[in-house]
Design a protein around this ligand. Structure first.
Ligand code: ADP
Ligand code: ZN
Length: 720
């Protein structure tokens, strides 16, 4: 009898046992097709005994249908799946879905037809065809993907195929990627950089789990240095994974990578086309993909011979996934490095307190780059006290900041204004009755986006055109914008400096790789004078002509009771300040605030990072917050408010009483209504040594709740 245990992808059931038919060869990690009820599902052959299985008698076992022609998943990856599921209180199947890219990477034929413009003109031009032709320039994809890209229907595109305007191209989905060459353009490192690179290279060639914290000031050449570690891995035939927090940053990175290694790396992110996904997945699994640059989900791919992981901008909150499996990619990267026995580099100019603490306690090796490359100086930072030097009524830029903007315009240098608020105004009111426009699905105001003429919810995506009259009192043309967003600041700059070319850089305007790379190219070519942007432009970018950074509202992030707010504010402002003066001209930073005495602001102005981290460490110690204690959030939600509240109370009523764990709540969650669901939250605060996950699993496992109630667990939540 040949019995194996499968982790099946689409089951909340946990692992199941199956029979291996005679003559079929399966190994631990083999990806197989198997029956589940009337359906066929994907499963991964798991090790015996590691996961609990439903015990079905041998005679009742159903047979595996077949083994997929992909390499068995490496042991280290199966351990990572188990660890992730266990640590984040998630189902192993949900984690395994990330490994197999929901099965999408496995399905589909090896060749397929894509379409591109042939150069022929349509017989008759229509508005739709014109729109399609416009957006099809330089594109090649399936009709379905082209329809999504162009915004016209597949029917319209099929018409163009029939007329020969779009021509079919047979594509080999598994065609190889271009090879990166470690010797293509080797830089000359300065002595400090070389010393760091040497340590990385030694760790890569020795192998073994070595976590590094690469702590280097902005512009010190962190990328340049970890590129040399990557080169060392490539020379040894190893694969490298680089995690980046955002797509806009990825575009800048790809260009630098190609300059250094002579070929583009393999990318992995949510907007890959299905053929690209399949191609990348298979190349990763076969070992052919040398360097993968990706979003956090790239951590769970089946690298055949991973030799190094780099997490750049490792402090970024976007490494935390906030739905489904709520994992922190920075921490999972460390675990993958541990299981794979390889070095992991966390790079940042503003590390998270947790990472610094790990370095201080000797768990991570800290390596420092203390000076900007090429003699560039860190920018001078000063504070504009908005109480003494306020902007004129209805404006947001103080005279001092305006003066500096004008000076940059005269000199032909670039400026960057940072405000972490998308859209035109965060709140819209009726001037007559004071009615506030609120999202019907969320407890959030609708944000006016003037460029695109809509009121939008930033949480659920709900959108509506601004109404001609107030829905409450019926007054015509009554809307007033309250407070500034980046679009409003851009308007203000346009009025102050009519000649200036102003660009708004947010996730609304840089939402595709093409737009992001266009923006970078324009900024580098000095076709933009003033950038007005959200946190998207705070890190990674290198614009040598940028000499002024203005922080429009430093107090914004400090509002609310979140214990992490100070750290986040510090990181954002230090990062955005780091965009100034990276070339030969010195940079200057002006921070607008009403709280010039707040510890964050004084530390930034004095350039005293240690003072900030010391104060923050004390605050966290007192609150029992990470790294001194641990938090978990339990969110109970339902479309029915009373149901959510009652369930949260019932769960709260059976809270475990333990000396090392305190449980707060339930109380309405910070977003009490989100996407139509009412949310209540319990906060768990534990000592470092507590068996936090076991306690939560046992506690919540005792409840049988109807499907209308959802309970989600967030271990190490970002805000607490
Ligand atoms: P960081 O990631 O620390 O902000 P970067 O790696 O982006 O720093 O380096 C800042 C700038 O200095 C980049 O334009 C980079 O190409 C340049 N640079 C850094 N080190 C070197 C070097 N050794 N040789 C040539 N250029 C370098
Ligand atoms: Zn909403």
């Amino acid at each position: 009898m040949n019995r194996v245990r499968l982790l099946v992808l689409n089951a909340a059931l946990g692992p199941l046992d199956y029979r291996v038919p005679d003559g079929m060869v399966v190994k631990p990690g083999s990806v197989v097709r198997a029956p589940l009820g009337p359906r066929e599902i994907f499963g991964i052959v798991w090790d015996e005994g590691r996961l609990d299985a439903n015990s079905v008698p041998d005679s009742k076992l159903r047979p595996i249908f077949g083994v997929l022609p992909v390499p068995p998943l490496p042991d280290e990856l199966r351990r990572l799946v188990e660890w992730t599921a266990d640590y984040y209180c998630a189902s192993p199947a949900a984690v395994a879905r990330m490994v197999l890219s929901s099965g999408g990477a496995l399905k589909g034929p090896a060749t397929m037809t894509e379409y591109r413009l042939s150069g022929a003109e349509p017989e008759r031009m229509t508005a739709q065809r014109e729109q399609a032709m416009d957006r099809l320039q330089g594109e090649q994809a399936t009709l379905r993907e082209l329809a999504a890209l162009t915004g016209v229907s597949e029917g319209v595109l099929r018409g163009l195929v029939n007329q020969g305007v779009l021509e079919p191209v047979a594509v080999d989905c598994d065609r190889p990627f271009p090879r990166a060459d470690s010797l293509y353009a080797v830089p000359v490192l300065n002595p400090e950089q070389q010393a760091v690179a040497d340590r990385f290279i030694a760790a890569v060639s020795d192998g073994g789990f070595t976590p590094f914290l690469l702590d280097g000031v902005t512009g010190s050449g962190k990328t340049e240095v970890y590129f040399e570690a990557m080169a060392a891995a490539l020379e040894r035939g190893k694969q490298v994974l680089v995690l980046l927090p955002e797509i806009a940053l990825t575009e800048a990175f790809l260009k630098r990578f190609e300059d250094r290694f002579g070929a583009a790396p393999v990318t992995w992110h949510s907007s890959l086309k299905s053929t690209e996904r399949r191609r990348a997945w298979r190349a990763i699994a076969s070992g052919e993909a040398q360097v993968v640059v990706g979003a956090r989900s790239a951590l769970f791919l089946p690298y055949a011979k991973l030799g190094l992981i780099v997490v750049d901008e490792a402090h970024e909150i976007s490494f935390k996934q906030d739905d489904g499996v709520r994992y922190n990619a920075r921490d999972v990267a460390i675990m993958r490095g541990r299981f794979a026995k390889i070095p992991v580099v966390l790079a940042s100019a503003t590390p998270a307190l947790e990472s610094l603490q790990m370095a201080e306690s000797g768990v991570y090796q800290r390596v420092e780059l203390s000076a900007r490359y090429g003699g560039a100086q860190l920018p001078a930072i000063s504070v504009v006290d908005l109480r003494n030097d306020p902007p004129p009524r209805g404006r947001w830029l103080a005279p001092k900041l305006v003066e500096q903007l004008e000076l940059r315009a005269e000199r032909g240098e670039q400026s960057l204004l940072f405000l972490n608020r998308r859209g035109y105004a965060p709140l819209t009111l009726c001037r007559h009755c004071g009615y506030r426009f609120q999202c019907p699905n969320c407890s959030a105001w609708l944000v006016e986006h003037r460029f695109s003429q809509r009121l939008a919810c930033h949480h659920c995506g709900h959108e509506t055109p601004p109404p001609p009259a107030c829905p409450e009192c019926g007054t015509q043309d009554c809307l007033v914008a309250c407070g500034p967003g980046v679009e409003r600041i851009a308007d203000e700059v346009a009025e102050l400096l009519p000649e200036a070319r102003v660009a708004v850089a947010t996730s609304d305007t840089l939402n595709t790789p093409e737009r992001a790379s266009d923006f970078i190219a324009m900024a580098q070519a000095k076709q933009i004078d003033v950038i007005v942007g959200t946190q998207l432009v705070t890190k990674g970018f290198h614009f040598p002509e940028l000499t002024l950074v203005g922080v429009v509202d430093a107090d914004l992030g400090l509002e609310g009771g979140d214990l992490r707010a100070a750290e986040r504010t510090y990181q954002q402002i230090a990062q955005v300040a780091g965009r100034a003066g990276r070339g030969t001209k010195p940079g200057e930073v002006l921070i607008q605030t009403r709280h010039p005495d707040a510890p964050v602001i004084t530390a930034l102005a004095a350039g005293d990072r240690d003072a900030f981290y010391a104060a923050e460490t004390e605050a966290r110690r007192e609150a029992g917050a990470p790294p001194f204690g641990r938090w978990a959030a339990i969110i109970v939600s339902s479309e029915d408010e009373a149901e959510a509240r009652d369930a949260a109370r019932a769960i709260g009523g059976k809270r475990p009483e333990l000396p090392d764990i305190a449980i707060l709540g339930p109380a309405p969650a910070p977003l009490a209504l989100l996407r139509g669901r009412y949310r209540y939250r319990l906060l768990v605060n534990a000592r470092r040594t507590a068996q936090l996950q076991d306690v939560i699993r046992e506690w919540l496992g005792a409840f049988q709740l109807p499907n209308s109630i959802r309970v989600s667990v967030d271990i190490d939540p970002y805000s607490f």
